[in-house]
Write a protein that binds this ligand. Sequence first.
Ligand code: SAH
Ligand code: SF4
Length: 372
Amino acid sequence: MSATDNTDSPITQSLLNLSKDDLEQYFVAAGGKSYRAKQVLEWIYQQRVDGIDEMSNLPSSMREHMEKEFHMNDLQHVETKGADDTTRKFLFRLNDGRYVETVFIPASKGLNGKQSSRKTICVSSQVGCAFGCKFCASGLAGFTRNLTAAEIVGQMLAVEKQTGESINNIVFMGMGEPLANIKNLIKALEIITSHWGLNIGARSVTVSTSGLAPQIKELAEFPVPIRLAISLHGATDDVRDLIMPVNKKWPIKELFDSLHQWRLHKKQKISLEYILIEGVNDDLNQAAILAKRAKGINAKVNLIPYNTVDGLDWKRPSSDVCYAFRDVIADAGINTTLRLEKGHDINAACGQLRLKKETAEGIIEAPAKARQ
Ligand code: SAH
Ligand code: SF4
């Protein structure tokens, strides 16, 4: 196991890292019966117990033995921002003293005024991010480590516990680049979408990436119909190069080649995410090219006015500019959304709570101001 694969402590393995197959193998190797795996999974994902000692249909000697090898508390709740009924952001402490952020977005009224039943969680996949997009708080202090599958799955259990709500939609749009942690991501996706795990419909799970073309092709082979969102943020290489260093490695042509390949495996529409940043990527020419690119892969486009980040000088364009940009795309016949409401501020500035906490505790140095 590589140094970034796991936490420094505790030394035991997390039960939440294990699939049904993994657990069956464990019990059989230990001289037990494979049905124990099903019992353990029921305790974790249905009964939601906090510890192995509560798994009362396992013999006590078995529980004692398991307690020496496993733990199941990977996240400790530290702080909640935001009131009930609105978007709430949670800060969790990991077992090695690092912090991770998770956002809960409750059902909201749709355009037709009907209450949606969607309860979304925005999960993190890494502590920090190595990709250094110029506008993003998660990349500001660089990369610390990958989250384990248990720490990804644990965010969902911890938020359900904190809110008392049942989550039915998951987006990998928190801290980190999920496709740079693809091994743990795939394990977490298996646990999230399996009937023996969290049992969330794969169509309600969206992985967002800044465009790691080889890993997009790899994830396309994962045999469940999850959704893909691409953080595009620039319709041409020159604009994208300015704000997303990843584009130098996998320019738009290579990225879109990988999206064509994705579409051979998955039926759901790809989403192109596009943050509108004043004077950087909000030119209407970009809108026209974006529309053409979306049409080429039958994608939808989500426009997000930029949310300010402490230490960065970027701004969102005026509402008029946002609407004009949206209209160019909509007029080209592309399904597009533009979210101007305030509630999303807390969401999009993901990475800032953790940055403050780790800086205050001296775990990381205060990041350099803007890197524009
Ligand atoms: N690394 C992946 C997953 C994180 S998703 C990715 O980049 O897709 C986080 C999303 O929030 C990305 O679309 C990112 O571009 C966007 N984002 C980051 N900073 C933002 C900000 N200040 N305002 C609005 N959106 C932002
Ligand atoms: Fe990393 Fe995504 Fe932020 Fe870019 S936008 S720095 S890839 S988290």
